[in-house]
Design a protein around this ligand. Structure first.
Ligand code: HPA
Ligand code: ZN
Length: 339
């Protein structure tokens, strides 16, 4: 029996490797939290929100995204945000989620690690039991702030280092190259953590190379512009460093004008370990399965291409070898059952 594209995609066991928890704040929850915490927001209806979410570039999105985070105040708010995302991800076939959070967005307004970390961790523990999803956290440094502020942010997290998978780098990419954060990544490496970074979303391929050379990253978030540098593409293929691509995000932020122009399939065909992810699903019009479906339609991907993308995602997680092997055999069974 041939199932619909959507049903095939949702059934594929997969990992989500590029999602910002603050970017999963749906308008409904934003309204609820604004009310709960008596925080003023510049919207009163879902239509107001929809009108505000028309972005022209990364910065125009970030301005709205940081402002919305102000409704997150209590431990329960962070719990509710994380629990809603994990339920939604599990419904899309996500077995493993490695989730970004931006501590400086919260500490900068007086909401500390002792508030958000217990909320995130309690939700992860509960939802692992409830829907069987495995999840971990990646602390992202905000690159529009200084390298010294990033180091301080890592030190402030010391009580939680053992509950982190790794560190990442996000926010305004240009003109904030990776090498400014080498010390903050070194602190994380010494603490035994893994490393990823956003690079080549709006910034040049040289930022991708710098993230590999100066930060020791094991995955590149986005990496769309890597294609402009032949040597870099060769390096990504040879080193098997995955790209965590987010097609609906790229479309919403004007990284490309049409999804048909996305280079995900071209890079995959050249041997780059490409994955599909959602980035900020509450802002960009879709969760991970929506991203798979949109890119499948735009680029005419086969079911075997889709299974390959899911396989890459499971291989690219920071989970144990045993966990990865288990999810990959689940994928093999799924693919064989849908041949
Ligand atoms: N790029 C950089 N920073 C971000 C993004 C992104 O796509 N989403 C949330 N913070
Ligand atoms: Zn991102």
């Amino acid at each position: 029996m041939t199932v619909s594209l959507e049903s095939y995609v949702k059934g594929l066991p997969k990992a989500e490797l590029h999602v910002h928890i603050e970017g999963t704040l749906e308008p409904d929850l934003m309204f609820e939290l604004a009310k709960r915490n008596s925080v003023e927001i510049p919207y009163s209806t879902v239509d107001d929100v929809a009108a505000a979410y028309s972005f022209v570039d990364l910065q125009s999105f970030l301005d709205i995204y940081y402002e919305a985070a102000s409704v997150l105040v209590t431990e329960q708010d962070f719990y509710d945000l994380m629990a809603a995302y994990l339920r939604r991800a599990a419904a899309d076939g996500v077995r493993r989620a490695e989730i970004f959070f931006d501590p400086q967005t919260h500490t900068g307004r007086g909401v500390g690690y002792d508030i958000f970390m217990p909320g995130f961790l309690r939700a992860i523990d509960d939802l692992e039991g409830e829907v069987g999803i495995s999840a971990g956290l990646i602390l992202c440094y905000l690159r529009h702030l200084s390298g010294e502020a990033a180091c301080e942010t890592f030190r402030e997290a010391s009580a939680y280092h053992h509950r982190l998978l790794g560190v990442g780098l996000d926010s305004s990419e240009v003109p904030n190259p990776p090498q400014l954060f080498a010390d903050a990544f070194e602190l994380a490496r010494v603490a035994g953590l893994r490393a990823v970074a956003h690079a080549g979303e709006e910034g040049p391929p040289a930022y991708v190379t710098a993230a590999l050379d100066h930060l020791g990253v094991e995955r590149i978030d986005h990496g769309v512009r890597s294609e402009e540098d032949e040597v870099l593409v060769g390096r990504l293929v040879e080193s098997e460093v995955p790209l965590t691509m987010c097609p609906l995000s790229n479309l919403a932020l004007g990284v490309l004008d049409r999804l048909q122009d996305h280079n995900l399939k071209r890079l995959m065909d050249r041997g780059v370990k490409v994955t599909v992810n959602s980035d900020d699903p509450a802002y960009f019009g879709g969760y991970i399965a929506d991203n798979y479906v949109a890119v499948a339609e735009a680029l005419d991907l086969s079911r075997s291409d889709l299974a390959q993308l899911a396989r890459h995602s499971l291989e690219a997680t920071f989970a144990s070898w045993e966990d990865r092997a288990g999810w990959i055999s689940e994928l093999d069974v799924y693919v064989a059952g849908h041949a």
